[in-house]
Design a protein around this ligand. Structure first.
Ligand code: FMN
Length: 319
């Protein structure tokens, strides 16, 4: 499907912005939208917006910066919508094209059914608004944050039998250090204390079921837990702990400390290893690894991997 370039105007009057209701006989009839339309061949986006505002509202606008741009796929149309800040330089808006025109605050957004392509823009508008802050809901002290990792901790017991558990409460705590909160009663915790070493594999989409299994069944009751879920292990070359062959990326760690009262376990990262097939240009590629993250609110696993920005770089825009 070819991309149709569409422009629209975000026009403010005090704390209200203008929205227009599409006519009933057109596609997406009676839904609300920002004034604007398609960019014609040979036009710049700014020129197209000025023309559309003349045709649809009989006003002349001066066009400012881009507020936001979004891509949206309708059944009949793939739209790239660029929303510009704009102000009315000449004229009073007339309902030449639209069924209705309203000026609304961001708090009133939920009262109007909008065209689907505008949804992301409206979310952003609401997040900027003072009213949105008043709508925060308190959930009390809970172990909720996003994203939460899904780590698979693995260790050998005193007889050399490998075991593993799922751990979401953990993260990097220094240059070569990782910390977790794991209960003293888990078989894996006991094994880590015996061998003073463990590996931390990233749970991935491809092995979601066994990764969940090792988090709901204990090696205390099921000694061949890893075999049961189809995981195979090999000894790490760096520490006295098993690497799970099926999971393509792992940290190999030595035990630094464990405090049974707080359940705080700290490990020294001795090595990081990854299978070649999850690398691009020699670097770990999250799009190939497809690690999962734990959603503690909905008890769900979500996938990671889509790049949406550049760290240590994109913020420089505001400097
Ligand atoms: C999504 C998920 C996250 C978990 N996170 C933790 C955690 O951070 N700390 C912990 O002590 N147990 C956690 N668990 C529970 C252990 O993985 C579970 O009790 C496991 O059966 C222990 O296995 P083991 O006794 O064989 O070591 C989690 C389980 C799941 C499914």
């Amino acid at each position: 499907m070819t991309v149709t370039e569409v422009v629209a105007a975000l026009i403010w009057e005090g704390d209200r912005f203008m929205i227009c209701q599409r006519p009933a006989h057109k596609t997406r009839g009676l839904l609300w939208e920002f004034v604007g339309g398609k960019v014609e061949p040979g036009e710049t986006k700014e020129q197209a917006l000025i023309r559309e505002c003349r045709e649809e509202l009989a006003v002349t606008v001066s066009v400012g910066d881009v507020f936001m741009d979004v891509v949206h796929e309708y059944p009949d149309l793939l739209v790239h919508l660029t929303l510009f800040h704009a102000s009315i330089a000449v004229g009073e808006p007339q309902k030449i094209e639209h069924n209705d025109i309203r000026w609304i605050t961001t708090a009133e957004i939920p009262n109007y059914p909008f065209c689907p392509a505008d949804e992301e823009i409206l979310c952003r508008l609401r997040s900027f608004s003072k009213e949105a802050k008043h709508m925060r809901v308190n959930f009390g002290p809970k172990p909720i944050c996003y994203p939460q990792p899904v780590f698979i901790l693995a260790a050998y017991d005193e007889k050399g039998v490998p075991n593993a558990m799922n751990a979401a409460w953990g993260g990097i705590s220094d240059d070569e250090e990782i910390s977790f909160c794991i209960s003293a009663g888990h078989k894996t915790t006991k094994d880590i204390l015996v061998r003073k070493a463990f590996t931390v594999s990233m749970a991935d989409v491809a092995h979601l079921i066994p990764c969940d299994y090792v988090g709901i069944v204990s090696g205390n009751e099921v000694p061949d837990k890893l075999e049961k879920c189809g995981f195979h292990t090999e000894p790490s070359a760096f520490v006295d702990a098993p690497l799970i062959q099926e999971l393509p990326m792992a940290l190999e760690c030595k035990l630094k400390s464990y405090d049974p009262a707080s359940c705080r376990l700290v490990g020294e990262i001795v090595n990081v290893c990854a299978d070649e097939f999850v690398l691009t240009d020699g670097k770990i590629d999250p799009a190939k690894l497809r690690p999962i993250t734990f959603d503690p609110v909905n008890n769900a696993y979500l996938v990671l991997g889509e790049k949406v920005g550049n760290a240590f770089q994109d913020g420089l825009e505001l400097q």
